[in-house]
Design a protein around this ligand. Sequence first.
Ligand code: CA
Length: 220
Amino acid sequence: MARILIVEDEPQIAFALESDLRLEGYDVEVAKDGETGAVRGREPGWDLILLDVMLPGKDGFDVCRELRKAGVEVPILFLTARTHETEKILGLDLGADDYITKPFSPRELRARIRARLRARPVVEPDELLRFGDVEVDLARAEVKRSGAAIDVTPMELKLLATLARNRGRVLSRDRLIDLVWGRDTYITERAVDQHVVNLRRKLGAAIISSIRGMGYRFDG
Ligand code: CA
């Protein structure tokens, strides 16, 4: 059963969401403010976080940023009331996966949640990734295409693994730099693009999609 954390301060909305999602068979818990959301969001075991933007104290943007900074990779879906908040979600690199504008229909919300849960990273315990004719053995640092060894650099391998673990999710260049090279490394976004170009050339253009204005998504 998927576990969902709702961070929402308005009791009626929180209650409606909670009962609706419980009926859908989800295991649901509610945090009533940003502080609590930021603490509870760090707990292991969540499959999705529904995060309201306007919260007393710490707002949804801060909570999202904090969770991502703490290495929480659970999909985050923003609940937003106003268009300028929506623009902010798209414009800032918050590490959010999706947003839904209030008032929303329960059916639309459920569809968005299902889509996010389906897009969850799928990694086999032995860290063997397979897509199309490509096989990546992360433990042995080996990549094969149609059985033939492909020469990839350590950074290309790390980038590939990061994208593949987030299959179906858009990762911004900024976020990729954080995850692959590390926040303290100076590397330009253009260099990220170049690594993606190299991977596409070696493994097939279809494995990584460019999402205009947002970043890259692994579709292999
Ligand atoms: Ca609110």
